[in-house]
Design a binder for this molecule. Sequence first.
Ligand code: FES
Length: 406
Amino acid sequence: MSNVKKNYTEAELNNMNNDELAALGTQLDGVTVAFRKERFPVEGDPAEKRASANIIIWLVLSVLGGLAFLGVYLFWPWEYKSLGEDGLWWHTLYTPLLGITSFVAICALGIAIVQYVKRILPEEISVQRRHDGPSDEVDRRTLTALLNDSWKTSTLGRRTTIKGLLGGAGVLFGLTVIAPLGGTVRNPWKVRHDLDYSGDGTLWTSGWTLANEGVKLYLARDTSTIAEMHDGESGSHYSTKGLARLVRVRAEDLAAGGMETVFPLAEQDVNDGDKWSKDKEVYENHMHSIHGNRNAVMLIRLRHSDAQKAIEREGQEDFHYGDYYAYSKICTHIGCPTSLYEAQTNRILCPCHQSQFDALHYGKPVFGPAARALPQLPITVDEEGYLVAQGNFIEPVGPAFWERKS
Ligand code: FES
């Protein structure tokens, strides 16, 4: 290294051709080429053609795999199908096909590259000494020359088929990585369907929003009831007819210091108590309510002595019914269920990142990363003694998003 001239004028560098600059670059970098042998020194060697054809096959396979992946991703029926529904078989193939096609695209591309390096590029063993410090002008110029030299020795420039296929396979490989991210892009303002137990598709609606349309909504508990076996004329079969997964909650159902998770239950879907009928089929709607993203609410009955100390938020003074308070169960940090209620301290705890909310202080956060109070659902009791929503939440439920004012 020491006897390599390091300082070159611009004119000297301009006078060197690419090979000379490349050779200088290896010297300056302390690289010694210990061994170098062209794979096919004679142009038109049949062995070279065979090697090239082999690589082309792998690249074509990779391109086909990439195209197949995109085709499956964009056009295969992916919507959820339940047992017995039409199209279930096709739907079950969706994920395996994504896996198989991306595997083919990525593996075939990898094999093609390895084959290219092993069968086309010159065999070479180089040794480089390590050195410190930044690169100077001569290093940068010689590095460019070396890269040019690598491009030349790779012979990719004259192998247009392989070059094109390699580019195509590379782009498709990139798309197989990027395209699935498209599924996470959603327009949060778009109303996707009529208002139902899941809201209307926007972030600020839920099953409780039905109250805005005058629907009477009961606070209902999940009984975990499942389909029952029935004997009929056509044989035995499971049926949910006459069953209620959700049942209405009465004020006296909850002991002081207790907490219960409740979901919205529209009046027309009630199938318990005096409204029970063996022929009513409401089970599916109950499940929709339970599965509604923002529907879960914690109904808390404070101990009476504690309730005397409760501080109401302005505008929410009449949201509670006596000692009963209903707070959204969806954490205002990033949306975990705030499942834990500690009756001694009246604190609600989110197990995800340990945010704590004060049930005596309108669900205000008192510890952890959550910055907003849990939205409070206005509740009361109807003439039959069942707990019902007095209206919708007055603010969006769950984590913050850009339109939120509160
Ligand atoms: S989601 Fe509740 S603390 Fe993070």
